[in-house]
Design a protein around this ligand. Structure first.
Ligand SMILES: [Zn+2]
Ligand SMILES: [Zn+2]
Length: 293
């Protein structure tokens, strides 16, 4: 079984619903039969991620994320990074520092190192232009990304990226998204995920941050049982997120299986109530969605 729990569902500037980061849990039996999942993956960990995880650990069913009053960061085995905006990476310094200094492995005497996963162009920029400032020095020496993480760099072959799997069953394929264009499409790296249960062949689409680009995603969204797609509630010229008005132009059957996330703090102010009927609704923060049985 695979479950998705959004730590938060907010836009980059939202305050009520934290950042749009997801805890993916892989289970051999499921949360009703085991207290700890067999594998865990965060899709992004933004600036509000630590606060969100701090809250999640006190919810029933998530006790394994607790170490006394602290977040038990070693319970997070892997992190996939979609792109470099702070609402997606701003929590990584705390995660890495606490894994290194708070949760020393009793046998090795060293800290816990999770796996960090992304395309090479994200990982190189992530260190050189985001994390290095705070994490590039440790007592007595310089540090590099490998001091904190095992790195899985997804390579690009012809027109496809390497995939990665959880429990040798759930395959995550990576695709580029049209989020920020400096000069042309895809020239600033950002990615979404397409997940396939290789046993049941069920699949799930996760957009990552992107402008509206249904032509690029249509075949995946048609195939998927569930689509998670980010959205921007207000209209804007030349947006870097998909406008709700654009999302409403999707085919009706696609909308019915699409759960919207990355939305602003005014989602429940009235004018967006139609989303519950027209789409599969707004993603609910800190609810465990079973996405593959
Ligand atoms: Zn974002
Ligand atoms: Zn972004």
């Amino acid at each position: 079984m695979l479950t998705f729990t959004f730590l938060g569902v907010g836009s980059a500037f939202a305050k009520r619903n934290h950042n749009s980061n997801v805890l993916v849990e892989a289970w051999t039996k499921g949360p009703d039969h085991q207290a700890v999942p067999d594998d865990t993956l965060l899709i992004d960990f933004g600036a509000m991620g630590p606060r969100a995880l701090h809250e999640l650990k006190d919810r029933t069913g998530f006790e394994y994320l607790r170490a006394g009053s602290l977040i038990h960061y070693p319970a997070i085995r892997r992190i996939f990074v979609t792109h470099q905006h702070a609402d997606h990476i701003g929590g990584l310094e705390e995660l890495a520092m606490m894994n290194t200094y708070t949760f020393e492995d009793s046998q090795s005497g060293k800290g816990f190192k999770p796996q960090i996963i992304s395309a090479m162009n994200v990982l190189v920029n992530l260190w050189d232009s985001s994390l290095k400032g705070g994490m590039g020095a440790i007592q007595g020496r310089h540090a590099i990304l490998q001091d904190y993480f095992f790195i899985l760099s997804l390579k690009h072959h012809q027109n496809k990226y390497d995939s990665f799997t959880l429990l040798k069953r759930y395959r995550f394929d990576v695709f580029p998204t049209d989020h920020i264009q400096m000069e042309r499409k895809y020239d600033w790296p950002s990615y979404g995920l397409y997940l396939t249960d290789t046993q049941s062949r069920r699949s799930v689409f996760f957009s990552g941050d992107t402008r509206f680009d249904y032509p690029a995603y249509a075949s995946m969204m048609q195939q998927a049982e569930i689509c998670f797609h980010e959205v921007q509630l207000f209209d804007q010229a030349d947006p870097v997120h998909p406008l709700l008005s654009e999302m409403r132009t999707l085919p009706a059957d696609i909308k019915k299986k699409t759960i919207l996330y990355h939305y602003g703090d005014d989602w429940d102010s009235g004018p967006f109530d139609f989303v519950q009927d027209e789409f599969a609704g707004f993603a609910v923060p800190q609810r465990r969605y079973v996405i593959c049985g």
